[in-house]
Design a protein around this ligand. Structure first.
Ligand code: TRP
Length: 335
C-alpha cells in the first residue's frame, strides 16, 4: 500500500519555543516514525520573506529551526527534510497555480482580510502595506503542498483555510489540464496541546510571551519563574485548570505525574514549588536535545549538508512532476 504523505512547512521567522515544540515539532517527529507515513517537512523561507525583511533574521531563524528539528531526533533517513528555496520547482509551480487561482478566492484569505480590516480601522487605504507576497501567499502554500502530492497537512486552525484553497486550486488545475495533483486534507489534532505563554494567552511570538526551547538552564528557570500566577499563598488550594503552570506541566508529564500535580494544586502547593518542579520536568525532557542543539549550532556545515541531502531527495519528487506539468500546460520543446 502506498504510504500516506504528510507535509508541513515551518516559516523561518523567530526562534522555536515550547509552544512550537508541543504543538508541532514533537507530534511531527512522532508521525515521521511510523512506517505507514512518508513525511515531508520543510523550512518555509520564501514564506518568511512575506513577514520579515531582515535578511540576518531570516537566515538565523532558518539555521535555528533546522538545528532544532535535527536535535530533537528527526531522522532524515526516513523523512524528506528540506529548505523551500532549494527546490526551484516550488516557485515555478506557484506561477502555474497563480494562473489557476481565482482572485476572488484570494480576496477571502484571512491573513489578507485581517490586514485590510486593520487598515480600515486606522483610516488608511485598505491595501496600505499589503504586498503581493501577502496577498498571494495561499498560492505559494498550495504549491508547497501539491508539489509533493501530500495527502495530509497537519496545521493549526488558522491554516485550515489555506489547505482548502490548495484543494480548490488543485481541483481546478486537474479539471483543466488532467489529473496531476492529489487533493490534500488539513489535519488538526485536538489532542495536541495549544500551550499558554507567560501571560496566559496562547504562546506566540507575536505576543512576546514565549519560552524559547533551548535556553540555558538558568534562563529556563528564569522564564518559568515569570509565568503569571495569582496571589494565593502556600497551603491555599489552587485551580489547576486555569493555571498556565499546570497546563505546561500537563504537556510534558505522564498521566500519573499529571494526576499527582493536580492533587498537589488542590492541596495548596506553593507557586514557587510548582514552578521548581515544572523546571525540573521540562529541563529533564530537553537537556539532551539542548546539548545536541548547541553542537549543531557550532557546526553549521553539518546542518547545511543535511539540508542539501534533503533538497536532493525533494527534487527527486518535484522535478519529474514539474516536467509533466510543464508539458500539460503547453510549455514544451518545439519540433
Ligand atoms: N503558512 C504556514 C504557517 O504560517 C507555514 C507553511 C508554509 C505551511 N507552507 C506550508 C504549512 C505548507 C503546511 C503546508 O504556519
Amino acid at each position: 500500500m502506498a504510504k500516506t504523505r504528510i507535509l508541513t512547512g515551518i516559516t523561518t521567522t523567530g526562534t522555536p519555543h515550547l509552544g512550537n515544540y508541543v504543538g508541532a515539532i514533537r507530534p511531527a517527529i512522532e508521525a515521521s516514525q511510523s512506517a505507514d507515513n512518508l513525511s515531508f517537512y520543510f523550512l518555509a523561507n520564501y514564506h518568511a520573506l512575506i513577514k520579515c525583511q531582515d535578511p540576518e533574521m531570516v537566515h538565523r531563524s532558518t539555521t535555528e529551526i533546522a538545528a532544532t528539528w535535527l536535535a530533537l531526533g528527526l531522522n532524515t533517513d526516513n523523512v524528506v527534510f528540506y529548505r523551500q528555496s532549494d527546490v526551484p520547482e516550488i516557485t515555478e509551480l506557484s506561477w502555474m497555480l497563480t494562473c489557476m487561482a481565482a482572485k476572488g478566492l484570494m480576496n477571502r484569505a484571512h491573513a489578507y482580510k485581517a490586514a485590510v480590516a486593520a487598515n480600515q480601522e486606522a483610516g488608511e487605504d485598505p491595501d496600505y502595506g499589503v504586498t503581493m507576497g501577502l496577498y498571494s501567499y495561499p498560492v505559494l502554500m498550495a504549491a508547497d503542498i501539491l508539489m509533493f502530492n501530500a495527502n495530509k497537512v497537519p496545521v493549526g486552525k488558522d491554516q485550515i483555510q489555506h489547505v482548502e484553497m490548495a484543494r480548490d486550486i488543485a481541483a481546478r488545475f486537474n479539471h483543466h489540464y488532467g489529473e496531476h495533483f492529489t487533493l490534500p486534507e488539513a489535519v488538526v489534532d485536538d489532542k495536541v496541546a495549544v500551550l499558554q505563554g507567560l501571560d496566559g494567552r496562547k504562546m506566540s511570538k507575536s505576543y512576546g510571551n514565549t519560552i524559547p526551547l533551548f535556553l540555558t538552564e538558568k534562563q529556563l528557570k528564569k522564564h518559568i519563574n515569570k509565568i503569571k500566577t495569582n496571589l494565593l499563598e502556600p497551603g491555599e488550594p489552587k485551580d489547576p485548570d486555569t493555571s498556565t503552570v499546570f497546563q505546561i506541566w500537563q504537556a510534558f508529564a505522564s498521566e500519573e505525574q499529571t494526576a499527582e500535580m493536580r492533587q498537589a494544586f488542590l492541596d495548596g502547593i506553593a507557586w514557587g514549588e510548582a514552578k521548581k518542579q515544572l523546571f525540573e520536568l521540562v529541563n529533564g525532557e530537553l537537556s539532551e536535545a539542548r546539548e545536541r542543539y548547541n553542537e549543531l549550532m557550532a557546526n553549521p556545515g553539518f546542518i547545511e549538508e543535511k539540508l542539501q541531502e534533503g533538497a536532493e531527495k525533494a527534487r527527486s519528487f518535484s522535478a519529474p512532476l514539474m516536467t509533466k506539468c510543464r508539458k500539460a500546460v503547453g510549455l514544451r520543446p518545439i519540433g
